[in-house]
Design a binder for this molecule. Structure first.
Ligand code: ATP
Ligand code: PMV
Length: 240
């Protein structure tokens, strides 16, 4: 297995759009370059086996999944206590693409595992949507889930490499990476602001599809430098 060029650890609250963002990245970069890894996939598979449930139905954004969420959390935490790297090691097995997007990073132990194994290739990305938007996506506060480690484990303790969007019009905002311009725009802005002035890929509203550079490469730049990798458009040029 080749070492990845970039490992993007997406985290955020339920219905903030983590899976949506991950799929956007994968479809823009193409499946040969980018794969989406879900730490919850092996968890759900094993949980479904042990409990006689439908694994496929646990994978989508369904009410079925929500019925079992709390018990899956309890079950997964038991497994992690025994072996904190268990789900992380399982999802990376046999992955060949250079760019990995982990769409459901929830715990410090997951971030620490990836940083320990993949070092500077790791970028942490916080996906944010307002409560109002999340409610429109059928999010309802559930005690024991939304106030527990599964949802709050990364509220502190990580300085995200990529954070939520600035208000429109704020200085530097035109250089944000806006992943969607639909309801509840999810954006990632490199920090600090001064880094944005040199950010060569403008993907801001009204749509990242307009970015002329997109097909050339995707580049993420921040204070620690930058990672770049070929885009899906057939041009393998790199910046940086
Ligand atoms: N920016 C967006 N624009 C339009 N629809 C979106 C956007 N982001 C997410 N959605 C929709 O909102 C719903 C929830 O999004 P998604 O499943 O990506 O959230 P999530 O953070 O992965 O949630 P969970 O933690 O429950 O898995 C999906 O139906 C998705 O298509
Ligand atoms: C059980 C759990 O993995 C469910 C995650 O489901 P999803 O990422 O919201 O599709 C959450 C957790 O591990 O705390």
């Amino acid at each position: 297995m080749a070492a990845p060029r970039a490992v993007l650890l997406l985290s955020g609250k339920r219905k903030s759009g983590k899976d949506f963002v991950a799929e956007q990245l994968r479809s823009r970069l193409g499946p040969a370059v980018c794969c989406v890894l879900r730490l919850s996939a092996p968890l759900k598979e094993r949980y479904a086996e042990e409990h006689g449930l439908d694994f496929q139905r646990l994978l989508d954004a369904s009410a079925y999944k929500e019925t079992y969420r709390q018990d899956m959390i309890r079950w997964g935490e038991e497994k992690r206590r025994a072996d904190p790297g268990f789900f992380c090691r399982t999802v990376v097995e046999g992955v060949e693409q250079p760019v990995w997007v982990v769409s459901d990073t929830r715990r410090l132990s997951d971030v620490e595992w990836f940083r320990h194994v993949y070092g500077d290739a790791v970028q942490t990305v916080r996906v944010v949507a307002s409560e109002e938007t999340r409610k429109r996506r059928n999010w309802v506060f559930v005690a024991g889930v939304d106030d527990a480690e599964s949802e709050c484990g990364l509220d502190q303790g990580v300085a995200f490499d990529w954070g939520p969007c600035l208000p429109p019009g704020a200085r530097g905002c035109c250089c944000s990476v806006t992943l969607s311009c639909g309801s509840g725009t999810v954006s990632c802005v490199p920090r600090p602001l001064r880094a944005q002035r040199r950010f060569p890929v403008c993907l801001s509203c009204p749509g990242w599809g307009r970015c002329l550079h997109w097909n050339k490469a995707l580049m993420l730049r921040n204070t620690r430098g930058c990672v770049s990798f070929p885009g899906g458009g057939g041009n393998s040029g790199h910046w940086g």
